[in-house]
Design a protein around this ligand. Structure first.
Ligand code: LLP
Length: 436
């Protein structure tokens, strides 16, 4: 997919760059991003909105993969940006991302984070709960600032996905409940505030979703409420943000509909609802993370040790694991992989790919069909672009891999590899007095 292909040397090539040659420069493990594919995905979303003539913002959910270079790329492609912490906001500011196109999310933003958002005058804050609504109101008053906000509501939709990444159902830590009056109270409070400008409503129903039904149902539930609020509070929502969550294909088992189709169906539904209630079509905002960067990322590993458990299973270990990709351990996420140095060789066995962390659960892929592979082989694991680097960690004090962008035959290092010095960088040795 994307610009990936097998080149004349019989190696996996991405973005016109030979992956085998690349690792002699960057080492392994390494995350490689197909920049052209990210651009294509971004343009796909934007074009669909343009085609259907709806005002929109496509905000990249930077939690999926936040680095300065990625945020610059998002800016080049005319995306807006969703940040969920001071750290993600700081990254966006370092990338000089236009502040008005930054949206700030999170269920427990701190006073400092909110002040940072006010100080840099970002586009809007997506308010999650009453505590935050009050705190933000207070801070705005103190700073004599006015802030555009969206209210995040929980529409009570259960999207079919892994329990941990499901967020739109009633029993969730996120948002104002739409059914039990919380959302009504929040809208009233926001409208009554002199410091807050209620732009509209936000919801996010989950992640890695394969069908549009959930989005459509959420839009309907919200519209019923918008209609009510336009009568009771004379509130006309300028914006309807339906979140992210568009699924991608990790393995053959996954059958997501094309991203453009999600958007098209959502737009048509919103238009229909607006017409039915005789309301203006609001701006539609979405927040894709995974579907913009997920399949653009590939992780390259060096294969190392092998363990055979006779009549049971063969294990092949790589030089990374749950420290660079925690998704298999956390969500039982599935991936596909090939040998980057000889992708066309005959499959000879089924092996399970183990990581190098001291934990039995550190298995990247179970039962992968591969040629008989060993120490001279490079394993390419596909679709690691979302929530790979961003959830990477230093478990076992393993340095995090570098990130390389490839496009048009050029490779650019955008995050360097961590060193052992980086690993101990924050450590403070014992003071003299308590040394034994
Ligand atoms: N908007 C909001 C409010 C969100 O909470 C999320 C994801 C997104 C947008 C982007 O969702 P996406 O388009 O990427 O599905 N770590 C998990 C995914 C957690 C998603 C959390 N929220 C994983 O690795 O699958």
């Amino acid at each position: 997919h994307g610009t990936s292909k097998v080149n004349d040397k019989g190696h996996l090539e991405i973005g016109g760059v030979d992956t085998v040659e690349m690792i002699s420069e960057f080492g392994t493990p390494v995350y490689v991003y197909d920049v052209a594919l990210i651009r294509e995905r971004a343009r796909g979303f934007r074009k669909t909105f343009e085609k259907l003539g709806v005002n929109s913002q496509v905000a990249y959910a930077s939690k999926a993969f936040s680095t300065i270079a990625m945020i610059q790329l998002a800016e080049q492609e005319g995306l807006s940006l969703d940040v969920v912490s001071g750290g993600e906001l700081y990254t966006a500011l370092c990338a000089k991302f236009p502040v008005k196109r930054i949206h700030f999310h999170g269920n427990n933003k701190s006073r400092e984070e909110l002040l940072m958002a006010l100080e840099y005058e970002i586009g809007c804050i997506v308010v999650d709960n009453f505590y935050e609504l009050n705190l933000l109101d207070e801070l705005c008053k103190e700073k004599q600032a006015k802030m555009d906000i969206l209210l995040r509501v929980t529409p009570g939709i259960e999207a079919h996905t892994h329990d941990y990444i499901l967020t739109g159902q009633e029993d969730s830590k996120f948002g104002f409940d739409l059914q039990n009056g919380q959302a009504d109270t929040a809208v009233k409070k926001a409208l009554d505030s002199e410091n807050l400008n209620l732009l509209g409503i936000h919801c996010h129903i989950g992640s890695q979703i394969f069908e549009t039904t959930g989005f459509i149902l959420a839009a309907r539930k919200i519209f019923a409420k918008l209609h009510e609020w336009s009568n009771t509070y004379r509130f006309a929502s300028e914006v309807l943000n339906l979140g992210g969550g568009f699924g991608i294909r990790y393995t053959e088992e996954d059958a997501p509909i094309p991203a453009a189709q999600y958007v098209e169906e959502i737009i048509l539904e919103v238009k229909e609802q607006a017409q039915a209630f005789n309301m203006k079509v609001p701006e539609i905002w979405i927040e894709p993370g995974r579907s913009l960067v997920g399949d653009a990322g590939t992780t390259l590993y060096q294969i190392g040790s092998r363990k055979e458990v006779p009549n049971v299973r063969n294990y092949l270990a790589v030089d990374g694991g749950m420290s660079d990709n925690i998704r298999p351990a956390l969500y039982e996420a599935k991936y596909e992989a090939i040998l980057a140095n000889r992708p066309l060789d005959q499959v000879e066995e089924t092996v399970s790919i183990a990581g190098k962390c001291c934990e039995s659960g550190d298995m990247l892929i179970w039962d992968l069909p591969l040629p008989k592979a060993g120490q001279n082989d490079i394993l390419a694991v596909f679709c690691t672009g979302a929530y790979g680097y961003s959830m990477a960690n230093n478990y076992n004090r393993i340095p995090r891999p570098p990130v390389v962008f490839v496009e048009d035959g050029q490779a650019q290092l955008v995050v360097r590899r961590e060193t052992f010095d980086d690993i101990v960088h924050l450590d403070v040795p014992l003071m003299e007095q308590i040394k034994k």
